[in-house]
Design a protein around this ligand. Structure first.
Ligand code: ZN
Ligand code: ZN
Length: 329
């Protein structure tokens, strides 16, 4: 897939599921929705989100655990179905995000726009959520950021057949609907809910980790970026929203650090490990978590450090209206 095709895909991936959601709402109005559609939605949503969180993110981008070839291929295909880009491109952008999070060079930071006030804040949030995907000049070279993955022929195969796998992931739920209802109407509405509505929901949840997860929420660790833990997003994102935890310990396989930090992906990985299908699962000892949370390992991080990221635009605006200073940086 070349740059132009990728751009065309991103555009289609933004518009078509959106139309699907509109159609689904109209059908909902007319009560043209059955429990088979909800089954298709839950199954396909879980596959896509797990593919992104356990596959693309924790297995490929961070190597937080190892697994056998069959599970790797399943997770890579599941992540591909989500339609957020081929594994190689996704992981290249993501590794780059971690290297320079919220600093120049970060592909999707909400803080890199200079416009003050709420307009700038909205522009930053839009850029980090989806806008960056439409920037034709924004590319992260997979050979530079993930040479290890570029050598893997299973990952190359899924990347080369990206569009076919994504379309397959939209059509497949139709067969769940057909199996349950034995009707073609059941097939079509399951494609709508398990294919397009699922596509829309799962993608916006992932994108929200990049936008909301660097803007609104609590910080346990004084990381040199603006990552946040967003509790309300934890369940829909299958644990990816414990994003401040993740930036503090990027290689950790479990992003929820305490029992109340629900992390469905961690449960999945632990399950794989229990049945012998995951190994070298990276765990962070509790005393390291506590020490870092207490600020004992803050050296070089945090807003007071010289390398601190730009302050949230909302704060800049506060300074500019009260102190008459356009930019506090
Ligand atoms: Zn991040
Ligand atoms: Zn990450």
């Amino acid at each position: 897939m070349n740059g132009r095709e990728h751009h065309g895909f991103i555009l289609a991936a933004a518009i078509i599921p959106f139309i699907g959601v509109a159609v689904a709402i109209v059908l909902l109005w007319n009560k043209l929705v059955g429990w088979s559609d909800m089954v298709a939605l839950v199954i396909m949503y879980s596959i896509a989100i797990l593919g992104i969180s356990a596959g693309y993110h924790r297995l490929l981008a961070h190597r937080s655990f190892q697994t056998n070839r069959a599970i790797k291929v399943f997770l890579v295909w599941a992540g591909t179905i989500a339609g957020q880009g081929p594994a190689l491109i996704w992981t290249a952008h993501h590794r780059r995000h971690h290297r320079v999070a919220d600093k120049p060079g970060d592909p999707h930071s909400p803080y890199l726009d200079d416009e003050p006030g709420w307009r700038g804040a909205l522009k930053g949030l839009w850029h980090s959520h989806m806008g960056w995907l439409f920037d034709k000049d924004l590319t992260s070279d997979p050979i530079r950021y993930c040479p290890d993955l570029a050598r893997d022929k299973d990952i190359r195969f899924a990347s080369n057949h990206f569009v076919g796998i994504v379309v397959g992931g939209i059509v497949f739920p139709g067969f769940i609907g057909l199996a349950i209802t034995q009707t073609w109407q059941g097939f079509l509405t399951a494609v709508l809910w398990g294919g397009l509505v699922r596509f829309f929901l799962a993608n916006h949840v992932t994108y929200a980790v990049n936008s909301v997860g660097h803007y609104f929420g609590r910080r346990r660790f004084d990381t040199p970026d603006e990552s946040r833990n967003v509790a309300w997003l934890a369940i829909p994102s299958f644990g990816e929203a414990w994003h401040n935890n993740h930036h503090a310990f990027p290689k950790a396989a479990f992003h929820g650090f305490y029992w109340w930090e629900v992390d469905l992906t961690a449960i999945f990985i632990r399950g794989l490990e229990t049945v012998g299908l995951a190994r070298e699962v990276v765990r962070i000892p509790k005393d390291r978590i506590r020490a870092r949370a207490d600020g004992l390992s803050r050296v070089g991080g945090g807003r007071a450090a010289p390398s601190a990221p730009p302050k949230p635009l909302a704060e800049r605006h506060k300074v500019s209206t009260s102190g008459g200073v356009a930019d506090v940086e």
